[in-house]
Design a protein around this ligand. Structure first.
Ligand code: NAP
Length: 274
């Protein structure tokens, strides 16, 4: 199903086997500390709520300090443990400042959710033969280089966790299998910068998981489905899932049990083809 150029992604719900609620926060006696990028609105905000509802201490980051403060304040009003932190994922200085803050105040990180993402092609009206190089630069700057830079900077703190989890928020739109399969609902979709950025992010998930294979850190790409956010002008109108519903798969990746595989790509139905 393709709606307005964007697919209606699978909307059934199934968690990865057995990430029971107790597992979410049991870190010995310690509370799980989770950090999410782009947490001020949309899926990031809903994921911050979902993580905090498990009892985690959530560091909700946003590139605009005021918006991050307001979002964290709204979740604290729900009696959730949420702090705001400024983090622009394309800024090395901002990333370094955020890492210093977490280092000083928490001393470790248990969950990193690379959620911040953009889809500027959705509002691009410029003429081009195939794709705009500028769109590629803008999209990759946040969706790929930003996620890699944030991950690289926070890895020393994640290594201090007894069960670190990294969640890369991807999409089935970035699945090479679906893009190349004429029978896939994604086959007709051509959004080159966004799709290739998420394919690249998926590749990062695989290489990172292999790099961390001798640690307790697990890395997962997740597709949240087609969600009612402001990612594109059509999402609010056409998407079937609320952000709170879609946050379920982020939570699944963030709370994988110790015996779950690392380096997978999942949606709410289970594994997605790369
Ligand atoms: N919505 C869907 O249907 C859907 C489907 C599949 C995957 N996803 C993925 O889900 C993630 C969240 O998207 P969304 O749907 O919640 O969209 P959204 O409502 O547009 O939210 C995007 C978030 O990313 C933040 N962000 C963008 N660039 C940033 C940067 N350079 N540094 C820090 N934060 C930045 C935004 O901050 P500002 O408020 O400051 O702009 C905002 O908080 C994205 O990775 C997206 O690709 C969404």
């Amino acid at each position: 199903m393709v709606a307005g150029g964007y697919p209606v992604e699978r909307d059934a719900f199934r968690s990865w086997p057995d990430s029971g609620d107790e597992a979410h926060v049991e870190m010995g006696n310690r509370m799980s500390i989770a950090l999410i990028t782009g947490g001020n609105r949309g899926l990031g905000f809903a994921s911050a709520r979902a993580l905090a509802q498990t009892g985690s201490c959530v560091i909700l980051t946003g590139r605009d300090q005021t918006q991050a403060d307001e979002a964290a304040s709204a979740l604290r009003a729900e009696v959730l443990d949420v702090q705001a932190l400024s983090l622009e994922v394309t800024s090395p200085t901002s990333i370094a400042t955020a890492v210093d803050h977490v280092q000083q105040h928490q001393g470790r990180l248990d969950v990193l959710v690379n959620n911040a993402g953009v889809l500027p092609e959705a509002t691009d009206s410029t003429e081009h033969e195939f794709a705009s190089p500028e769109m590629f630069q803008t999209t990759f700057a946040t969706n790929v280089f930003g996620a890699v830079a944030v991950t690289e900077a926070f890895l020393p703190l994640l290594r201090r966790s007894p069960r670190g989890r990294i969640v890369n928020v991807s999409t089935t739109m970035g699945s090479l299998s679906d893009q190349a399969d004429p029978n896939s609902p994604y086959y007709q979709m051509i959004v080159p910068a966004y799709q290739s950025s998420k394919a690249a992010l998926n590749s990062v998930t695989i290489s990172l998981a292999k790099t961390l294979a001798d640690t307790d850190i697990k890395v997962t790409s997740v597709c949240p489905g087609f969600v009612q956010t402001d990612l594109t002008p059509v999402n609010r109108v056409q998407a079937p899932l609320t952000a709170d519903q879609a946050a379920g798969v982020v939570l699944t990746g963030a709370t994988l049990p110790a015996d779950a595989p690392s380096g997978t790509f999942i949606d709410q139905n289970g594994p997605v083809a790369w």
